[in-house]
Design a binder for this molecule. Structure first.
Ligand SMILES: C[S@@+](CC[C@H](N)C(=O)[O-])C[C@H]1O[C@@H](n2cnc3c(N)ncnc32)[C@H](O)[C@@H]1O
Length: 284
């Protein structure tokens, strides 16, 4: 696989990032690793599908999102909407450090994961709003043009899987996500082997994106990232689909009006898409 980032650039910064982005217990865990062990974990994280979950990952990913959020929105008053966060707290953790006066909103359907996210973030000094609904209905919750940044943190695959489940009549709201994962992978595998994944998913995905662009302010950004999990691959996720999630999505997004891709040095196009909402053309 293409590395997520250059090890030589990231390694010298990681200790500082750990101090900035980890809480005291996490930092203690980070400091219990030797330098050689931190280097080993970081190299694996960047160059192989993710198989270990430690404070090294947290320091790296939180710092990455923090860097991006500062670049996209240098002001203090960031309103960020995350899509399909599950109980992953990388972005609220980053935002509590970069934009503590901001507002974090997530649209996340699964009940159990929302409960877990609330517990994980209860001590953060950050205003949070968890919307327990399909993000396609975002207009029912947020005003037009009120959001500065929309983030898909390793969430394109989750949205795609939910669309396929919805079509197959599988409830993803009240279920344990990990228990459903093998069936989701089976659905992706089936559509991909029949070459029908885009036919099934592209239009609902673009419908979601159109709804999201409505809530984004003009000049605001959508940022999507992806990386590989070894577990999904072991459970049969088609490797080509999993690895090329971002390039596949980029192809679909070419049909989306009202935004353009925005390239940023250091955010590899294999693993990141950044879109900027453009002023709509005046109608005469
Ligand atoms: C495994 S969790 C996501 C974890 C997180 N993105 C990560 O990988 O770090 C999957 C979540 O995506 C949510 N989801 C998928 N499609 C969604 C949609 N259209 N609107 C809101 N939530 C969605 C599910 O409800 C579930 O909570």
């Amino acid at each position: 696989m293409k590395p997520l980032d250059h090890f030589e650039t990231c390694f010298p910064l990681l200790e500082d990032h750990a101090h900035t982005y980890l809480n005291p217990d996490e930092l203690k865990n980070f400091q219990s690793f030797s330098g050689k062990e931190v280097a080993r974990q970081l190299k694996n994280l960047l160059e192989k599908p993710l198989a270990e979950f430690t404070s090294v990952n947290e320091a790296y990913f939180r710092a990455r999102w923090a860097e991006l959020l500062r670049l996209l929105h240098p002001g203090e008053d960031l309103v960020l909407l995350e899509i399909a966060s599950g109980d992953a707290d990388m972005i609220p953790q980053a935002m509590a450090r970069t934009h503590p006066k901001g507002l974090y909103i997530t649209a996340n359907m699964n009940k159990a994961l929302n409960d877990s996210l609330s517990r994980k973030t209860e001590s953060l000094a950050l205003k949070m709003n968890i919307i327990e609904d399909d993000a396609v209905r975002i207009a029912d919750y947020t005003g037009k043009g009120t959001v500065d940044v929309i983030a898909f943190q390793h969430a394109v695959n989750d949205v795609i899987q939910s669309i396929l489940c919805d079509k197959a009549g599988i409830d993803t709201v009240h279920a344990e996500w990990m228990e459903l994962l093998p069936r989701m992978i089976e659905l992706v595998k089936q559509e991909s082997s029949r070459n029908t994944l885009a036919a099934q998913v592209k239009e609902p995905f673009l419908e979601l994106m159109r709804a999201l662009l409505g809530t984004l302010r003009s000049g605001g950004y959508v940022a999507m990232n992806h990386y590989l999990f070894q577990l999904d691959l072991d459970w049969g996720y088609p490797p080509d689909v999993f690895e090329h999630m971002i390039p596949m999505t980029r192809e679909w997004l070419r049909e989306l009006k009202g935004c353009r891709e925005f390239t940023l040095d250091g955010f590899d196009s294999q693993w990141w898409i950044i879109l900027q909402k453009i002023e709509s053309e005046p109608s005469y």
